[in-house]
Write a protein that binds this ligand. Structure first.
Ligand SMILES: Cc1cc2nc3c(=O)[nH]c(=O)nc-3n(C[C@H](O)[C@H](O)[C@H](O)COP(=O)(O)O)c2cc1C
Length: 420
C-alpha cells in the first residue's frame, strides 16, 4: 500500500453520462487504499445507482441534504471536512456553475461551499456546453479560486460530436488525486478580523468598574422616577472590557438585559445604592460611568401609596442625588487612573460635555446627542464624540457594541502608553 492508504476522498458524482467511468475510479482509488465516501446528485442517480456506488466504495452513499443528521448522524459540515480531498467526477456544467457562484441548494453544492479542503474537478460535458461563454467564465473563476482541474480531454462525445468535454480517464484522475493528496490539502481560512481583536488581552490584569442603565428613585411603594436608558451601551462596554481581559464589575440599574458573561454584576435601584456599589468595587484602573443616574430623588419616600384627592394638585419636592461621576473623578484616594463619563445632551453637545468633563474631574467624556429623533435610548446604534483634555474626536454612527470595543481599545492604549 502507498502512503496514501490513510487518505480519504469525498467523491461527488454529478449527473452526466461519464458517471459510469466514476465507478471504475472508485475501484482504483480503493486499490490504492484510499477511502471513498460518495455523494450523488439527484441527476447522477439517473446514470448510476447508489447501490452500485455503495458496493464499490464499501460505504453508505449520501444523496439528500436534509436527511443527513437523521440517517447517518453526520452533518454536512462534518461530511465536507472529514475528507482530505473533495473530488467532483463527472463535474457537470451545472455543478461548475453552482461552485463558481457559491450556490448551495442541494447536498453536493452545499458540501462544496462548506468545505475547508482542496477541490479537484473532472469536467464532462458536451463540447458546446464546455465552450459556452458562461462555462468558460465559470472555469476561469474556479481556477482563480484554486480549484484543481483534471481534463477534460478531446474525443468523441456520447452525442456523436468531437471536441473538448470528455471526462479524463480514471487513471488520469487518479494521478491528479494522488498529486493533490501529497501536498497540503487544507485551505487556509480567509482572513477575517474579529470584532474584538483590537482589544484582546489589552486589559489583562486590569480592573474595570462600569455603571449602566437608569436608576429608579421611589416616590412611594409603587411609583418611581426613571429615565429612558436601556443599559445597552453600558452593558456592551462591560462585555468589551471583559473580552479585553479585564476583571470587570458592572453596577447596573434596573434593565431588561442579561448580565454579561464573565462580568461580576451588581444590581441596584437608586442612585444612592449605585454610589455605594461603585465605591465598594474600587480600587480599579478604569471607571466608566455609562449609567443615566437620576439627578434628583424625592426629598422623602412616602411609606404608603399616595392617595389621589379629587381635583387636588400633588407636588413632589426633589433633592439632588449624589454625583457619582464627580465623586470618583475628584477622589483623593484610590482614584482610578482613567475616569470616563457619559454626557447625554439634547443641545450644545460639545460645549456642555466639555464643561462636564472639567466639572467632574473626568479624563474623558463620551458625549451623545439624545435629542428628538436621535433614537439613542433603547436603540442599537450610537453616534458619539469623545472629549478629552487634548481635543475631541467624532465617531461615525456605530453599533453600541462597536462603540464599546473602540472605547475599550482606546482606553487600553491610553493606560498602557502612559504605563500607569
Ligand atoms: C442523457 C443526459 C446526459 C447528460 N450528460 C451531461 C453531461 O455529460 N454533462 C453535463 O454537464 N450535463 C449533462 N446532462 C445534463 C445534466 O444532467 C443536468 O444539467 C443536471 O441538472 C445536472 O445536475 P447535477 O449537476 O446536480 O448533477 C445530461 C442530461 C441527460 C438527460
Amino acid at each position: 500500500m502507498s502512503g496514501l492508504s490513510k487518505k480519504r476522498v469525498l467523491l461527488i458524482i454529478g449527473g452526466g453520462i461519464a458517471a459510469y467511468k466514476t465507478l471504475d475510479l472508485i475501484r482504483r482509488l480503493r486499490e490504492k487504499g484510499i477511502a471513498v465516501r460518495a455523494v450523488m446528485t439527484a441527476a447522477a442517480q439517473h446514470f448510476a445507482t447508489p447501490l452500485s456506488v455503495a458496493s464499490l466504495s464499501g460505504e453508505k452513499v449520501f444523496t439528500d441534504l436534509f436527511s443527513l443528521t437523521d440517517e447517518a448522524a453526520i452533518g454536512h459540515i462534518e461530511l465536507s471536512r472529514e475528507a482530505d480531498l473533495i473530488v467532483v467526477a463527472p463535474a457537470t456544467a451545472d455543478l461548475l456553475a453552482k461552485m463558481a457562484h457559491g450556490l448551495a441548494n442541494d447536498l453536493a453544492s452545499t458540501l462544496l461551499l462548506a468545505t475547508d479542503k482542496k477541490i479537484l474537478v473532472a469536467p464532462a460535458m458536451n463540447l458546446r456546453m464546455w465552450l459556452a461563454a458562461p462555462t468558460v467564465r465559470n472555469v476561469a473563476t474556479l481556477r482563480a479560486d484554486g480549484v484543481i482541474f483534471s481534463g477534460p480531454g478531446d474525443g468523441d462525445m456520447a452525442c456523436g460530436e468531437y471536441g473538448p468535454g470528455r471526462m479524463s480517464e480514471p487513471l488520469e484522475i487518479l494521478a491528479a488525486i494522488e498529486a493533490a493528496l501529497t501536498g497540503d490539502t487544507v485551505l487556509p481560512l480567509p482572513a477575517y478580523p474579529r470584532a474584538d481583536a483590537a482589544v484582546a488581552g489589552a486589559l489583562d490584569g486590569r480592573r474595570v468598574v462600569v455603571t449602566s442603565g437608569p436608576t429608579h428613585e421611589p416616590i412611594d411603594p409603587v411609583r418611581y422616577i426613571a429615565n429612558r436608558s436601556s443599559g445597552k451601551q453600558g452593558h456592551a462596554i462591560a462585555a468589551a472590557a471583559q473580552a479585553a481581559g479585564a476583571s470587570v464589575t458592572l453596577v447596573s440599574g434596573p434593565v431588561a438585559l442579561a448580565d454579561p458573561a464573565g462580568v461580576t454584576t451588581v444590581h441596584v435601584e437608586t442612585a444612592d445604592e449605585m454610589r455605594r456599589a461603585v465605591e465598594a468595587a474600587l480600587p480599579a484602573d478604569i471607571f466608566i460611568g455609562a449609567a443615566a443616574v437620576a439627578d434628583w430623588r424625592t426629598a422623602e419616600t412616602a411609606p404608603e401609596k399616595l392617595k389621589k384627592a379629587a381635583g387636588a394638585e400633588q407636588s413632589l419636592t426633589l433633592v439632588q442625588n449624589p454625583d457619582i461621576l464627580a465623586a470618583i473623578g475628584w477622589r483623593d484616594r484610590d482614584r482610578p487612573a482613567l475616569v470616563v463619563g457619559f454626557a447625554a445632551e439634547t443641545e450644545s453637545l460639545i460645549e456642555h460635555a466639555q464643561k462636564k468633563r472639567l466639572a467632574k474631574g473626568c479624563d474623558l467624556i463620551v458625549a451623545n446627542n439624545v435629542g428628538r429623533g436621535s433614537n439613542v435610548f433603547g436603540g442599537e446604534m450610537n453616534e458619539v464624540t469623545l472629549i478629552a483634555a487634548d481635543g475631541s474626536e467624532r465617531w461615525p454612527s456605530l453599533s453600541k457594541k462597536e462603540v464599546a470595543t473602540k472605547l475599550i481599545a482606546r482606553l487600553a492604549r491610553q493606560l498602557n502608553e502612559a504605563r500607569i
